[in-house]
Design a protein around this ligand. Structure first.
Ligand code: 2PG
Ligand code: MG
Length: 425
């Protein structure tokens, strides 16, 4: 056997910081002929079923675990053998939820290996992940108005009000639409919200003091205006992050800022009402993370209205939970966050399962992000028709600009992904 360029020679880790200024683990992988680096993102509204992000002892302990356990186990392996690398990460960890080394540590190691492999082979990461035949570019789903945990409970109770430019013909058009809607909403808020300072939340979305419905009125007006100006369809969406509203002891969803309490039926009616009134194209986590049946009720109605129902905390990128949701018809879209499961192999399995069940995989950032561009490659390589990566903020734009570079590399063969017919009007 010759000297393969992608043999892993060394793995190192260090503590860095994410977009919130919180500690994050960064892993570096050195191969014979290449190098890869990845930093873990971090969620604020995490699903109960997610991998444990860090071991007890936090990022310092994670760094130690990489040095003591991960580095010696990965050294000598071929970085192009992602499945083997990922199974070794599971073995080294030895727990079902990555609580020993941390799911974020596993993610950073797994992704850094993939980056190093691509680099050693001299090809782009998306091609390494998806093969030479990938050509579809995802639609950017962006956060325009923030609330919930991302604005410390001072904004609308609903976590994210989003934009999806479903009529865009290329990535540049799609990104421009999202930037224009974001800017227009900022302008409209100056009039609609006397307390608005131009401040933004964790994901670069505007932080308004308006309640959910008033804020949605503003977003939907901006979508309509910009859509009219650009000449293609742009529609609003939501991430309710309903688990953060759910109060077990009250058996209800508590909208603290707005002073409203909704039981399960009221919540379903409320969401269906918003879908209809605002022509929503996408609703994520409309109900709390264990209510697979409630999701099914909603999904059935939503598909008649041309709206995607997406599970994030519901599925946590976990195969078993996605399989259960598919069986019950709980959703027609699935959030894909690699650090919820730890490795790229687990992520790929979740994506493939979702797709085989007719669910749209949505490659997603976290609210605490690194400046890594890798999510764009993951979305293209794993053929996710939608990428959720915010609109503004350097750490978000890093991924969006990478999409432009990928589109450039694909050239003539590149085209926008196919969205389900039901959401195209
Ligand atoms: C979400 C995400 C990202 P967090 O709920 O979808 O927008 O937030 O990373 O805080 O879980
Ligand atoms: Mg979410």
């Amino acid at each position: 056997m010759g000297l393969r360029p992608s043999i892993i020679e060394d793995v190192r880790a260090q503590k860095v910081f994410d977009s919130r200024g919180s500690e994050a683990v960064e892993v570096e992988v050195f191969t014979r002929a290449g190098y890869g680096r990845a930093t873990a993102p971090m969620g604020a509204s995490r699903g109960r079923g997610e991998a444990v992000p860090y071991p007890k002892g936090g990022v310092d302990e994670a760094v130690k675990k990489v040095e003591d356990l991960v580095a010696p186990s990965l050294s000598g392996l071929d970085a192009t053998d992602q499945r083997l690398v990922d199974s070794v990460l599971h073995e080294v960890d030895g727990t079902p939820d990555f609580s020993n080394i941390g799911g974020n540590t596993a993610y950073a190691a797994s992704m850094a290996v993939a980056v190093a492999a691509a680099n050693s082979l001299g090809i782009s990461l998306f091609k390494h992940l998806g093969g030479p035949m990938v050509y579809e570019l995802p639609y950017p789903l962006g956060n325009v108005i923030g609330g919930g945990k991302h604005t410390k409970g001072r904004g609308p109770d609903i976590q994210e009000m989003l934009v999806l430019p479903i009529g865009a013909e290329d990535v540049l058009e799609a990104l421009q639409a999202n930037f224009l809607v974001h800017r227009r909403v900022g302008k409209l808020l100056l009039k609609a919200d006397p307390a608005f300072t131009g401040g933004r939340g964790d994901e670069g979305a505007w932080a308004t003091t308006l309640g959910t419905e008033r804020a949605l009125e503003v977003l939907s007006r901006a979508c309509e205006e910009v859509s009219g100006e650009l000449g293609f369809e742009i529609r609003p969406g939501l991430d309710v992050a309903a688990s953060t509203l759910w109060r077990e002891e009250k058996n209800a969803y508590v909208y603290e800022r707005e002073g409203v309490i909704r039981n399960r039926e009221d919540q379903i009616k409320f969401i269906l009402g918003l879908m209809e009134r605002f022509n929503l194209v996408y609703v994520e986590d409309p109900l709390m993370e264990e209510d697979f049946e409630g999701f099914s009720e909603l999904a059935e109605e939503a598909s008649k209205m041309g709206c995607l129902i997406c599970g994030d905390d519901l599925f946590v990128t976990n195969r078993d939970r996605i399989a259960r949701g598919a069986e019950l018809g709980s959703a027609n879209a699935v959030i894909i966050k690699p650090n919820q499961v730890g490795t790229l192999s687990d992520t790929l399995e979740a994506v493939e399962l979702a797709r085989s069940k007719g669910m749209v995989p949505v490659a997603s950032h976290r609210s605490g992000e690194s400046t890594d561009p890798h999510l764009a490659h993951l979305a293209v390589g794993l053929k996710c028709p939608i990428i959720k990566s915010g609109v503004l903020g350097g750490e978000r734009v890093a991924k969006l600009n990478e999409l432009i570079r990928i589109a450039e590399e694909l050239g003539e063969v590149g085209r926008m992904a196919r969205l389900p017919g039901a959401i195209r009007r």
